[in-house]
Design a binder for this molecule. Sequence first.
Ligand SMILES: NC(=O)c1ccc[n+]([C@@H]2O[C@H](COP(=O)([O-])OP(=O)(O)OC[C@H]3O[C@@H](n4cnc5c(N)ncnc54)[C@H](OP(=O)(O)O)[C@@H]3O)[C@@H](O)[C@H]2O)c1
Length: 267
Amino acid sequence: MTIQSILLVGCGRMGGAMLAGWRERSLAASIAVDPAPEAEQNAGADLRVVANASAIPESFSPAAVVLAVKPQNAAETLPLHARYAGRAVFLSIMAGRTITGMQALLGPSAAIVRAMPNTPAAVRQGVTVACPGTGVTPAQRDLCDALLQAIGKVAWVTDEALLDPVTAVSGSGPAYVFLLAELMEQEAIRQGLPADLARLLARQTVAGSGTLLATSAEESTALRVAVTSPGGTTKAALDVLMAPDAWPALMEKAIAAATIRSRELAG
Ligand SMILES: NC(=O)c1ccc[n+]([C@@H]2O[C@H](COP(=O)([O-])OP(=O)(O)OC[C@H]3O[C@@H](n4cnc5c(N)ncnc54)[C@H](OP(=O)(O)O)[C@@H]3O)[C@@H](O)[C@H]2O)c1
């Protein structure tokens, strides 16, 4: 399926990852706007890269405007693209920018989908939760779904408030998993393993377990139980990790803290 004409606003890490995914499916003539000199490297037969909004031809009529700038750039950037309201759907991946906040910058008639992806998008293994604002047509929703599927799995919610816990679980979640790899590597070294072996074991254990989880039909609990023999080594470790004041309490506190922070940052 060819991806319809897109205006990509911000072609950094996340915008660039989405673009790469769209190109795998074939992309109709599109434009990316990004002032960073390195953004020009993304130019090709299907994509013109311009440094600012004033260089976009008046005649350009994208089906979607994808907002992939940093949230702190929203106030200065979004009004530059308000003219597409009523003609295109806006797909925002900016953390914490609410549909109401974006409508204040784009106009009340703007059809907006707000989405929260995560960093495994860089390898097309992300997960994105999307929420449609009022006035988004079924065709626009389908287009946004296709644009997001290019970087991994997609789920939809209708209650925008759910994007705060989503941010806490999947948006910030990759950092929790990377921390796990870091801590396992550090402890492996303390237990006497050479640093390069410690690094290999920690990374490949996290990555391999992730692939197993992604490809298995089993619940994560069942996969855990399957490697936990009574009286064995895994059980000894899990008795520490699963003590009520250990990981269960810490995960509860961590995700609650991230959810609260997401609400505080929203605007
Ligand atoms: N990375 C993640 O894990 C993640 C997860 C969920 C959501 N997000 C969201 O994704 C968005 C992009 O994040 P990112 O990590 O891809 O950031 P990034 O790599 O910094 O990309 C943003 C790009 O936008 C450019 N830019 C700045 N002002 C602009 C303007 N007025 N018009 C067009 N482009 C402009 C920046 O150029 P300069 O560098 O020159 O400023 C940069 O190239 C953020 O809103 C973030 O909240 C990211």
